[in-house]
Design a protein around this ligand. Structure first.
Ligand SMILES: NC(=O)c1ccc[n+]([C@@H]2O[C@H](COP(=O)([O-])OP(=O)(O)OC[C@H]3O[C@@H](n4cnc5c(N)ncnc54)[C@H](OP(=O)(O)O)[C@@H]3O)[C@@H](O)[C@H]2O)c1
Length: 336
């Protein structure tokens, strides 16, 4: 008799827990559906000022490029802020030709961003422009089986580019943004590794997590005047991927990705950007962390390190780090 009653308690308890889990799951699904499919994005021209300027860092990257094109399409003038003047000019010409927008190019290497006066000097060249949106896409990945095998200088650069740059760029521009009549926006591009650390990319995982936390906290501090949003993409298609690379539904085309992010601007503080990435992120979050860490470290990392051995075989030797940044870019993207 007692056993029967305790069985029935266990049964009721498991039914209750099961129902709560299903309810939470359905609620999350509904919220995600609303976020990506049902909710209208803001009219960005009205919200941030028609014909004002959007400043894009790393506009030559897949992610940055998509934002530059989408914002130009939506009537914004564009400031391209990067380190390669030839690439910037090529992009400027394309934007002017295709979207009849005004474009200004600013050249800077973000490895200098630890210097307090760094941004002030470069941004002086844009002082006459009404900057309303900032998309900070610069990122530098450092891939190594153990992080200390990278030179200390390269690790330092990785921290400067990924962490100092977004903070100090915002620091210099926020006083201007706060004086504007319209609202303004800052989009900081992070990565899925902000949620799920990747062994072999320990420093970038930490940095991406920093960018997300910083952006979300700051979004609350400035929400009356500035929409700050952190984006954690998985794979965004780069123009430079060669044709033999197999297409995957999980690799989102850069303009489609930017369009999806911009639809969420002003609504969200943090997002994966695209519904496919949100779904992937959610699915990954269900896997125990220990399993994911092991899988990355034991299976994926050795494969990628082998594949790129020529590019990263000498990570243990001191170097200034600059030459290997580009070689690692494609590989790192696969791991992000
Ligand atoms: N694409 C993805 O699948 C993906 C996934 C997750 C997160 N993300 C994030 O999205 C952002 C863009 O990544 P991506 O993969 O699209 O591009 P990427 O190929 O990694 O390119 C990096 C970009 O950053 C610029 N850059 C790097 N170091 C710089 C420096 N010291 N000074 C100035 N510019 C510098 C590069 O300029 P140059 O053209 O001059 O080299 C390039 O435009 C990064 O923050 C990345 O972490 C991307």
């Amino acid at each position: 008799m007692t056993t029967c009653r305790s069985d029935s308690y266990v049964y009721s308890f498991t039914t209750l827990v099961g129902s709560i889990c299903i309810f939470i799951f359905l609620l999350k699904l509904l919220i995600a559906l609303r976020k990506f499919f049902l909710r209208e994005g803001f009219d960005l021209g009205k919200r941030y000022g028609t014909g004002t300027w959007a400043l894009i860092t790393a506009p030559t990257s897949a992610t940055g490029n998509g934002f530059a094109v989408e914002l130009a399409k939506q009537g914004f003038n564009i400031i391209l802020l990067g380190r390669d003047i030839e690439k910037l000019h090529k992009m400027r010409d394309l934007l002017i030709l295709r979207h009849n927008t005004k474009v200004r190019t600013l050249v800077m290497d973000f490895r200098g961003a630890s210097d307090i006066s760094f941004f002030a000097e470069v941004l002086r060249q844009a002082e006459d422009l009404d900057v309303s949106i900032i998309v900070h896409a610069v990122g530098m990945a450092a891939l190594s089986k153990k992080f200390h095998l990278q030179s200390a200088e390269r690790n330092r650069q990785c921290l400067i580019v990924n962490m100092f740059a977004p903070v100090l760029l915002s620091h210099h521009l926020i006083p201007r943004l706060q004086l504007r009549y319209h609202k303004s926006a800052i989009i900081n591009i992070s990565g899925e590794n902000a949620h799920q650390p990747i062994p072999g990319m320990a420093i970038s995982s930490g940095a991406k997590s920093f960018i997300r936390q910083f952006s979300v906290a700051a979004s609350y501090e400035y929400e009356d005047k500035i929409d700050i949003m952190s984006v954690q993409p998985l794979a965004v298609k780069k123009a430079k991927l060669n044709d033999s690379t197999p297409e995957s539904v999980f690799v989102i085309e850069s303009c489609e990705f930017a369009k999806s992010c911009l639809k969420q601007l002003g609504h969200e503080r943090s997002t994966s950007g695209h519904w496919i990435h949100q779904l992937q992120s959610w699915a990954y979050s269900l896997i125990p962390e220990e399993l994911k860490l092991r899988f990355w470290f034991k299976v994926l990392l050795p494969q990628h390190l082998r594949a790129s051995s020529s590019g990263i075989s000498d990570k243990s030797k001191p170097s200034n780090g600059s030459s290997s940044i580009d070689k690692n870019a494609d590989l790192s993207q696969k791991l992000k």
